[in-house]
Design a protein around this ligand. Sequence first.
Ligand code: HEC
Length: 479
Amino acid sequence: MKRSLIILLVSLLSIAGMALSKHDAANVTFTKDVAPIIFEKCANCHRPGEVAPMSLTSYAEVRPWSKAIREEVLQRTMPPWFADPKTSTLHFANDRRLSQKEIDTITAWVDAGAPKGNDRDLPKMPDYAPGWTFGEPDMIVDMPIEFEVPAEGELPMQNFYVPVPFTEERWVEKVELRPGNAAVVHHSIANVVRLPEGSKIVNGKAVRADGSAAAGLNSQSARSTGGLSEGGSEVFQSQDAFTRAGAFKLVGQAPGKGFERHAPGTAKRILPGMYFQFNMHYQPAGRAEKDRSRLGLWFAKQPVQYEVLTKGVTDRIFVGGKELGETRTVNGREVRVRGRIPNIPPHVDNWEISGEVLIREPITLYAFAPHMHLRGKDIRYTLVWPDGRAQVLLDVPKFDFNWQLHYELAEPLKIPAGSKLLAVAHYDNSIKNPYNPAPHKEVFWSEQSWDEMFIPWFEYTVDSKDLIKAAAGETASKK
Ligand code: HEC
């Protein structure tokens, strides 16, 4: 190898690993250095038709925002990402953080007066195809009605239901939930749920056989007044609606994210007789708007080996160090009856709740999706291995309701039987929490964003439940 080439390579390598040298910093331009970062890491959200307030797809668009961009990247508030890399021991495939070098490049550029540079250096914008992330879905499920979002006011969360339209089980390997109108959809979740026996769907809402709204399922909480619930006991049932026999979260959508792809050979199972639930959190936009969100499904083309299951770390729940609920003896067997979560008192700034799941047989873990509302302050998932060693898997020291992120493990994690998964969260119901709509009120538990939720979701497969082996065993035993 030529000596000059070696020197070039060595210096390139050292640049990649270190902060910018003075010389590099002075020569930073938009087209050569900054555009590649902005196009890759920002423009997926900051482009026309997407969630961010302004488009960042050219020098003319970026230049006026340069000071704000400097601020956001220095504070690490953009791109949005909330896992603390120092305390979380796992790496995440969808980690959006900028590297220190990228941050240095952007700040050096702004400090140098945001020069444009040579047009010939400008990279091509990545191919952000409008529409569905994975191309045309195999099946599109539309929200059953077009919902009118008023110009103003605080809107209760809305649930709409669509019966699963197939007659045999289907396996979903990719899924996307797309807002019909990004201006008013704050975030949304598509769940697959069961409805109580005899329920009907009327105008997209679940109605009991006698015509009354199915309590907790539409979450038009009758007690909600002026944006604040007056009571909370039964509404917490709606959190249970998620965990009712076989129900699960299919995909969550928040700004910049609404699709999921499962690891090869794994998929989520949807059974006939169930319902797609569109769980919609709308935010009025100052003028009346309409939304009809859509769910895109891509079915597995290959035999599925493992079913992806979604569960909350909530088999046991502890508040103030005490487990909720009580143990009762039913037919000579001890049964744990889970109690209601107590309300969060007014003005407390660090109210703790924790959940626990005992891993009874070996599983493989793929993702976390912590769900809390406006008082959600922080959340941490810890694994206690069978030998008692505790490992923090994901630490979110500053939870932000506006970004309901899904943390996908870069490497699936094998968890042996006898391990325990813990999730500890804190809530800030004080005036220090800028999102807090009412620090002087106690907080109830429901799906309404002014109430609270504690659902530390995780996604996993059960190692012993190998569907391909099971199918082979079946055919072998039939012979
Ligand atoms: C996942 C989507 C997403 C990504 C990726 C993203 N942004 Fe944003 N950005 C938003 C949204 C939504 C807002 C407005 C709400 C907010 O401020 O949180 C915003 C706000 C901003 C603001 C503040 C605008 C204002 O009104 O003051 C700046 C500056 C910004 N982004 C820069 C960036 C830069 C630079 C990057 C890449 C390094 C980036 N963003 C990546 C979604 C995104």
